[in-house]
Design a protein around this ligand. Structure first.
Ligand SMILES: C[S@@+](CC[C@H](N)C(=O)[O-])C[C@H]1O[C@@H](n2cnc3c(N)ncnc32)[C@H](O)[C@@H]1O
Length: 221
């Protein structure tokens, strides 16, 4: 659904160590490709949680990938998660956290589901730095109002650290993330008609402002 979720998940796990047997929440997993990747690559158990993609559809995909014992599709809204507190070793979210996580109070809710000392990691579309006014100069023809939820790594660091609930270990941009995004967009365009304006936006920007923010934190005790 988002720009290649497996590439983004791989980039997250470069800086977010996972061990076999860990319990991982994949929040906003979409078609669960990131969940399947995590199960296969790291031997973790994943709760593949999403709102727009129904769990029976994801279960079919999970079974076709032979990880039905490790990946559990769940239908849930991000503010009403059906899990016990401290249940997870790690919370992962790819291309989704900006839909619900920019609220100042959300991390306080979300972080309760990970153990003390457990990890919380996100990769999502973002800006290199915050702009005083939006759209960023040059991107006016392509800008949609909801891109206002795209934020810089520094913004996310401050957004999370001001709660005192977590310690941010990494807040950076994926190296050359815009190139991956564009490559994915062009490949989808050939297959299924991904929007040409989005590719044009990325070509115009050439990574100056657009890319992926990556943030990893540990829950404080
Ligand atoms: C752009 S898609 C990304 C999906 C997938 N992670 C990927 O990278 O392909 C964003 C996902 O966020 C999920 N999402 C958005 N708002 C949500 C909410 N309030 N609660 C749960 N999931 C939500 C949607 O269901 C959707 O699948």
């Amino acid at each position: 659904m988002g720009p290649n979720p497996v590439w983004q998940t791989e980039a997250l796990t470069d800086v977010m160590p996972l061990e076999a047997g860990m319990r991982v929440l994949d929040m906003g997993c979409g078609t669960a490709l990131s969940s399947i990747f995590l199960a296969k690559e790291f031997g973790v158990e994943v709760w593949a949680t999403d709102l727009w993609v129904k769990p029976d559809e994801n279960l079919r995909r999970v079974a076709e990938s032979h990880v039905q014992d490790q990946v559990h599709p769940i239908y849930a809204e991000a503010h009403a998660l059906p899990f016990a507190e401290h249940f997870f070793d790690a919370l992962v979210s790819i291309g989704a956290y900006h839909y619900f996580g920019t609220d100042d109070l959300y991390l306080g809710y979300y972080s309760r589901f990970v153990k003390r000392g457990g990890q919380i990691g996100i990769v999502l579309p973002g800006l290199a730095e915050e702009c005083e006014t939006l759209p960023p100069p040059g991107l006016e023809p392509y800008w949609k109002w909801d891109f206002c939820a795209w934020h810089s790594p520094a913004w996310w660091r401050q957004h999370w650290e001001k709660t005192g609930l977590v310690t941010v270990k990494v807040a950076d941009r994926l190296p050359d993330g815009w190139r991956d995004w564009l490559q994915w967009n062009e490949a989808c365009d050939r297959d299924s008609g991904a929007p040409e304006w989005e590719a044009q936006m990325l070509r115009t920007d050439t990574g100056r402002m657009l890319g992926f923010s990556r943030v990893v934190a540990r829950r404080n005790s």
